[in-house]
Design a protein around this ligand. Structure first.
Ligand code: IFM
Length: 459
């Protein structure tokens, strides 16, 4: 039967979900794991809502086998997860902690047994505290340590894991972590943030190079949370437009330009000069610009900037007289406007900007809504509507010629949402935080159908 309005994705399109270690694993003291900067942020600051911690999270470290069963029951084809560096190297350097590596090895084996493709991210923000104590990402050494860690994990899993990412959302690990306190390590120092930007870029290139030297076959990529930025409202002096450009430079182009073109944007260089400048040494940019097999894009919303004399945003050094804000009436529980066409436009712009753009995966997309369990069910229609709209946007981008190979919904289950603690629920599976019981939401059943038909039914 023809189904007008139905959309089919290209054959072989990979459908999955994404999670990250600190947000789901718990087990922070099991099997020799060392402390990370997020343990410190949770336990030794008041920067996480209600003092929540990832100590238990959703106990995936102990319930991983059941969670893989759940993924299989949902018909998932791929699972994007991150490895906790402090499980593998408890102090961030030195020999591998074998029990930590074994955890991921067992997980990968079980995923493969179930026909689920593992997609591994090496760094989703949980820097070993010992490395932060030695200066963290503002120090060049941390980039070298990251490459060593990458080699250890790659050495153990390259025979079974085909899709590798170095970093998740480097903007958060650098600018949010070091210039704005809501993310670990909770500093407010734009000089540190500036140095962290370059060392994270460098660590990406060093790691890709080192892993390829071991085995060139696995697909190497990186995950960036690119965010289209628009200036809005009265802007007689052009402050908002200028703010949007500067924000775009530090939010988006400071990653895409060095990684894809081997250079930093002139406007970012100019703004960051006020903070000591990027600590680029000879040869660094060639290292950063390793050819990539794929690019991961995390997309939740567009951002907007309006003029505000005297206003500035700490996480964006250099931006003055302008501030980001969230226009519109339709927001998710994060307060983020719902802007699905922004994803289509972003993908098309990337294709038009980078002639040799590698194939793209949408590595995260999703929304926080707090819908209750009623009689064993969770009716999360708003999530279904959000995901449907964003998948239509991805499909439109594919029709406009963007090579998108897969989509990973964020997130498999409700989990620890960083400075918001457990207050924001992104899962297609509900978690009861008292019992840790998992209850698939209506969106999980809907997503299973999407995967089964490799597309969307008519709306
Ligand atoms: O939960 C986060 C994830 O860790 C990184 N990307 C955005 C998600 C939702 O805020």
């Amino acid at each position: 039967m023809p189904d007008p309005g139905a959309l089919r994705f290209p054959d072989g399109f990979l459908w999955g979900v994404a999670t990250s270690a600190y947000q789901i694993e718990g087990g922070v003291r099991q099997d020799g794991r060392g402390p990370s900067i997020w343990d410190t942020q949770c336990h030794h600051t008041n920067l996480v809502r209600d003092g929540h911690t990832g100590d238990v999270a959703v106990d995936h470290y102990n319930r991983w086998a059941d969670d893989v069963e759940l993924m299989a029951a949902l018909g998932l084809q791929a699972y994007r997860f991150s490895v906790a560096w402090p499980r593998v190297q408890p102090t961030g350097s030195g020999p591998a902690n074998q029990p930590g590596l074994d955890f991921y090895s067992r997980l990968v084996d079980r995923l493969l047994e179930k026909g689920i493709t593992p997609a591994l991210t090496l760094y989703h923000w949980d820097l070993p505290q010992a490395l932060e104590d030695r200066g963290g990402w503002p120090e060049r050494d941390t980039a070298e340590h990251f490459a060593e860690y990458a080699q250890i994990v790659f050495g153990a899993l390259h025979d079974r894991v085909r899709i590798w990412a170095t970093h998740n959302e480097p903007w958060c690990s650098s600018l949010l972590g070091y210039a704005e306190p809501s993310h670990a390590p909770g500093h407010t120092d734009a000089v540190e943030a500036t140095r962290a930007i370059h060392h994270i870029n460098l660590s990406h290139g060093l790691a890709v190079r080192a892993m390829r030297a071991i085995d060139p076959r696995p697909q190497q990529g990186v995950v960036i949370n690119l965010m289209p930025i628009h200036s809005v409202g009265p802007d007689p002096d052009g402050a908002a437009a200028d703010g949007a450009r500067r924000y775009d430079a530090l939010r988006n182009r400071v990653w895409t330009e060095p990684m894809l073109r081997g250079r930093y944007p002139e406007d970012a260089l100019a703004d960051l000069a006020a903070y000591g400048g990027l600590p680029v040494e000879e040869g660094d940019l060639e290292i950063v610009a390793q050819p990539l097999d794929w690019l991961g894009i995390n997309y939740y919303t567009d951002d907007h900037v309006r003029a505000e004399p005297g206003g500035s945003w700490l996480a964006t050094p250099g931006m003055r007289d302008a501030v980001p804000f969230a226009p519109g009436d339709e927001h998710t529980d994060m307060g983020w406007p719902i802007t699905p066409d922004g994803l289509r436009a972003l993908l098309v712009e990337l294709k038009d900007t980078y002639a040799d753009l590698p194939p793209v995966y949408i590595t995260e997309n999703g929304c926080a809504y707090d819908d209750p369990v009623i009689d064993g069910a969770v009716h999360d229609e708003r999530r279904i509507a959000y995901l449907d709209a964003h998948l239509r946007a991805v499909h439109a981008a594919i029709e406009e010629g963007v090579d998108v190979r897969g989509y990973m919904q964020w997130s498999l289950m409700d989990n620890f949402e960083w400075s918001h603690g457990y207050h924001k629920r992104f899962g297609i599976v509900h978690v009861d935080y008292d019992t840790l019981e998992r209850t698939p939401k209506d969106s999980a059943a809907w997503y299973r159908e999407v995967i089964a038909r490799n597309g969307l039914a008519a709306r």
